[in-house]
Design a protein around this ligand. Structure first.
Ligand SMILES: [Zn+2]
Length: 464
């Protein structure tokens, strides 16, 4: 009898192990299946480590990447190829945040129920919101400088331009020698994955907090005598602006006035607004995570003054800055930026994706409009409206972020077109580029001209 019991027990144990194994495999299949398919040794999908399925399009249906006879084919236009390389990805999956990498399983048409079944051999099609012409214009205007250009529609959230430089032609990837400065950080998409000292563009964040939290901000008078002493330490301005109010202080980009405003706000409000306005939080660009900015949240009083001016240890991400400009432009409501419009099978059948069409109120309409008014005043009374495409009603702010040592400043230019016919917000940064007005502003103007041109020609063709 004992023998029978022992045997029954053994059989039971074997069955338990077997079921456990099947359960474990099923679990792994559901959780890891997409990785198995995308394993680079899978010859259905890869040829010498190169993904050979699927296609990626811009908003007008131009192929940024296609599969022709089992081979990868990028755009015919070299500027478009270079401009979109960080989003589309290259032949060797060097860019971790590219669509080829992040959307690999959806590109090859893998799903958990049908596995690799696809209605065509060519895999799925990703339709992005990118505008090839605007991306190419941004790339050409960077003229080999390092940095990022971001543009999105602040009403809908569609990102039309996200260019990071340095870049290269994914059709002919260069051989990069170790330590070659021309390709420094070339695989990083600076628009979404890098942080830069913001300098005076950050005054737009401090301004929003001041409108909300300092009741008499419009009545306050400031007096800039080039320097002021805070706990024995100097806060220095680029000019000697004399008497100013809140509005003229932003136009003058006065460090003394904004240093004083920051000290009135205090650390807690400074930290609160950096977070609330999305500067120190990470965002999901259609599933691609963006880097968090960092703004100091404690320290001495002089450090607080420099923090609100966008110096101290502040570092912000260009995409987050563009997103904040969109919030101001859209009356305080954020239309969350996204880049993947839809995914279809090779034969055009739409697949379900979680398209981001979130809108959230971040600032009150009156606060957003007030900051916008001040940025518009800054353009008309300082930068000059004639330096921007006519009729766009550009609201903007420069930044010249000073860096330690003898490093050249980062040049920034951020803002938006207030005319809702051109509902676009932007951020331009040139790494160690020099002055914001001299270096980043002309790039932004040219990119805005490309945007205006696209909107106007679309309107003209609609009328015909
Ligand atoms: Zn000043």
């Amino acid at each position: 009898m004992k023998k029978v019991q022992r045997r029954a027990l053994s059989v039971m144990l074997i069955i338990i192990c077997l079921m456990g194994g099947v359960g474990f495999f099923t679990f792994r299949f559901f959780t890891e299946g997409h990785k198995w398919v995308n394993f680079t040794a899978n010859r259905h999908v890869y040829n010498n480590g190169v993904i050979i399925d699927g296609a990626i399009y811009d908003r007008d249906g131009n192929a940024l990447l296609d599969t022709v006879d089992g081979k990868r084919k990028y755009s015919d236009n070299e500027s478009v190829r270079c401009a979109t390389m960080h989003i589309v990805g290259d032949k060797k999956s060097n860019v971790a945040t590219s669509l080829q990498k992040v959307y690999a399983d959806r590109l090859v048409g893998f799903n958990i129920i049908t596995g690799m079944f696809s209605t065509t051999v060519a895999g799925n099609k990703i339709h992005t919101t990118l505008d090839s012409d605007v991306c190419a214009a941004a790339y050409e205007q960077m003229k080999g400088k390092k940095g990022a250009v971001c543009v999105f529609n602040y009403k809908t959230g569609e990102v039309i331009c996200l260019v990071s430089t340095p870049t290269y032609d994914p059709e002919n990837p260069p051989v990069i020698a170790d330590g070659d400065d021309n390709y420094d950080g070339v695989f990083i998409n600076r628009a979404i994955s890098s942080r830069f000292t913001p300098g005076s563009v950050y005054k737009t964040v401090t301004a929003a907090a001041a409108i909300d939290k300092i009741a008499d901000i419009d009545e306050q008078q400031f007096n800039c005598e080039h320097t002021m002493k805070v706990n024995g330490q100097k806060v220095v301005c680029s000019g000697t602006h004399g008497k100013e109010n809140f509005q003229t202080a932003l136009r003058n980009s006065c460090n003394i006035a904004f240093g004083e405003i920051s000290m009135q706000l205090g650390w807690e409000t400074t930290e609160e607004y950096a977070r609330k306005l999305g500067i120190t939080t990470s965002h999901s660009l259609s599933g691609i995570p963006t880097v968090k900015g960092k703004i100091a949240s404690s320290g001495e009083l002089n450090e607080l003054a420099w923090t609100g001016i966008g110096q101290n240890t502040d570092e912000v991400n260009p995409f987050a800055m563009m997103r904040y400009m969109g919030i101001l432009a859209n009356g305080g409501i954020c239309a969350e930026p996204y880049i993947v419009e839809k995914i279809t099978t090779g034969s055009g059948i739409p697949l379900n994706i979680d398209k981001q069409t979130e809108t959230t109120r971040i600032l009150s309409k009156s606060t957003a409009d007030k900051v916008s008014d001040m940025m518009r005043y800054t353009v008309t009374n300082n930068y000059g409206d004639k330096n921007f495409p006519s009729g766009m009603e550009v609201c903007a702010k420069t930044g010249t972020a000073e860096l330690d040592g003898d490093k050249k400043s980062h040049a920034w230019f951020v803002g938006f077109a207030r005319n809702e016919k051109y509902p676009y917000a932007f951020a331009v940064v040139v790494q160690n580029g020099g002055g914001g007005y001299a270096v980043a502003r002309p790039i932004a103007s040219k990119v805005l001209a490309a945007v205006k041109n696209k909107v106007d020609s679309a309107e003209a063709s609609d009328k015909n």
